[in-house]
Design a protein around this ligand. Sequence first.
Ligand code: SF4
Length: 133
Amino acid sequence: MILVSACLIGLSCRYDGKSNSDIRLLDKLKGTNILPVCPEQLGGLTTPRPAADIYYGNGIDVLNGQARVLTIDGQDVTEAFKQGAEQTVFLANTLGVKQCFLKARSPSCGITAQIGVTAAKLLLEGFEIEEVG
Ligand code: SF4
């Protein structure tokens, strides 16, 4: 089972109601069992929703209670992001996920520029992650 950020396979779950469909990833995943997840939706946030970012640290710091996730209009959505990360890891463990493809540059799914909240939780749980986009 492969976990994939749902926006990468064409689901319109982004904050602005659009997707980040990645044709090369879709080709690669053809014929495999995939688990599409949008951690922000799993955390209870609506689509569309105000864009959000991590302040005072990164995704690991959010999990440790040392950083917050705030929307562009100042709403604190930290708990929703943490809930989305927990739900994603729950599904990954329950369904025996072996590999994850996560969307780059997201406060939930990103890794390199700044590790997102869900990416951090998956990494801490020992899942293998590849960043896309
Ligand atoms: S990057 Fe992650 S949280 Fe953002 S829309 Fe895609 S799946 Fe959802």
